[in-house]
Design a protein around this ligand. Structure first.
Ligand SMILES: [Zn+2]
Ligand SMILES: [Zn+2]
Ligand SMILES: [Zn+2]
Ligand SMILES: [Zn+2]
Ligand SMILES: [Zn+2]
Ligand SMILES: [Zn+2]
Length: 366
């Protein structure tokens, strides 16, 4: 194969581009090398890792689905699109490349190291297995023996393409939306619609989510943690009876599923402003920085009375339930719970994601 040889400055010597060795530039020497064991082994390996196969006098690339002349082998192997497809094959089909040596699992929305053992540990783990089978179920995709069948599209899908099918196949997503219309269920209250029917916005994470994976997102660690952080930052906590939330900033009860509305509402924003102002005035007049806990409890003792609450009667209606909450609830318990549950250095990723909130927390000196 003459096209494997490249001339050098010395016209008596050529380089074999397959084996990367110098060969004397004579017909005999070149033939000897080309039909030698070394060259043939190198060439077979090269075709193998590039998913290419010799068929008579032509070459077939399985990744690009292309047939070409033998002499185009190196051109194709070095082709940008072919390289891209080959690179993609090297990572697990559920994974997507992220910055650095990180991968994101498209099923679990979790970022992991790209090291092989981390990937296999993750995809073979319980969480991933459950998330993946939930995703299949939501999308009406069934394993039939070794094959995968999409009941929405009424066709088989390659196992390695299932995630692409769910996240990117426009026809599948359209059919999914149609199936939802036949069986209408309200959109989860953490989500809102966008201008694109295929995309919803998570109000907690402020992130676009393909509608086919809403449930997976809602149960993902990243979402659950962000939700917790949002509540903690806004001093909202579940009452003992778990029937509503209590806002420690506005001193009002908020019905379940209204917590995001409350956090984003005008009253709550006002309360935060007032609280910061108060704190600044206190800091100036007393000119000392006391421990946040002390102040917190003190404030609580004086202001946290039923009379005050009555002023906020728009959101809070007193009933037996609330009184029960009040007696059952002890602040220390809850604060302790907060401390253990929101440790900031749990995870490197979280750190970057929530750093802003954390900084606020320090400034406000809760
Ligand atoms: Zn060679
Ligand atoms: Zn190719
Ligand atoms: Zn996963
Ligand atoms: Zn489908
Ligand atoms: Zn979210
Ligand atoms: Zn509030």
């Amino acid at each position: 194969m003459n096209h494997h040889y490249e001339n050098t400055a010395d016209e008596c010597i050529v380089i074999c581009n397959i084996c990367n060795v110098k060969v004397p530039n004579t017909i005999n020497n070149r033939d000897e090398h080309s039909y030698g064991v070394r060259h043939e082994t190198e060439y077979d390996n090269l075709l193998l890792i590039n998913k290419m196969k010799m068929i008579n006098d032509t070459l077939y690339c399985h990744v690009c689905n292309l047939t070409m002349y033998n002499t185009d082998d190196l051109n194709h192997i070095n082709d940008v699109n072919h390289r891209y497809e080959i690179e993609k094959l090297k990572i697990h089909p559920h994974m997507e490349k992220k910055n650095g040596n990180k991968l994101e699992c498209r099923v679990c929305e979790v970022v992991i190291s790209s090291k092989d053992h981390c990937v296999s540990e993750h995809v073979e783990g319980n969480n991933h297995t459950i998330n993946y089978s939930n995703l299949l179920e939501d999308n009406m995709i069934k394993n039939i023996g070794k094959r995968v069948f999409c009941e929405l599209c009424r066709r088989f899908v390659k196992a390695v393409k299932v995630i692409d099918h769910v996240l990117m196949d426009e026809d599948h997503i359209d059919r999914y939306i149609c199936s939802l219309k036949q069986n209408p269920e309200p959109l989860h209250y953490h989500m809102c619609y966008s201008s694109d029917p295929k995309i919803v916005i998570c109000k907690v994470c402020d992130k676009s989510i393909t509608c086919t994976v809403i449930n997976n997102h809602i149960s993902s660690m990243i979402h659950l943690q962000k939700f917790k952080t949002t509540l903690a930052f806004n001093k909202m906590r579940k009452t003992r009876s778990k029937k509503k939330y209590y806002c420690d900033i506005c001193h009002v009860y908020v019905p379940n599923k209204n917590e995001l509305e409350h956090i984003n509402g005008k009253n709550h924003a006002e309360s935060i402003k007032v609280m910061i102002m108060k704190r600044m005035v206190n800091d100036l007049s007393e000119n000392n920085i006391y421990s946040s806990d002390d102040e917190y409890d003190e404030e609580d003792g004086t202001e946290y009375s039923w009379d005050d609450d009555e002023e906020d009667s728009t959101e809070y209606t007193r009933d037996d339930d609330d009184e029960e909450d009040d007696t059952e609830y002890t602040r220390d318990d809850d604060d302790e719970e907060d401390d253990t549950e929101y440790s900031w250095d749990d995870d490197e990723e979280d750190d970057t994601e929530y750093r802003d909130d954390y900084r606020y927390d320090n400034n406000y000196n809760y």
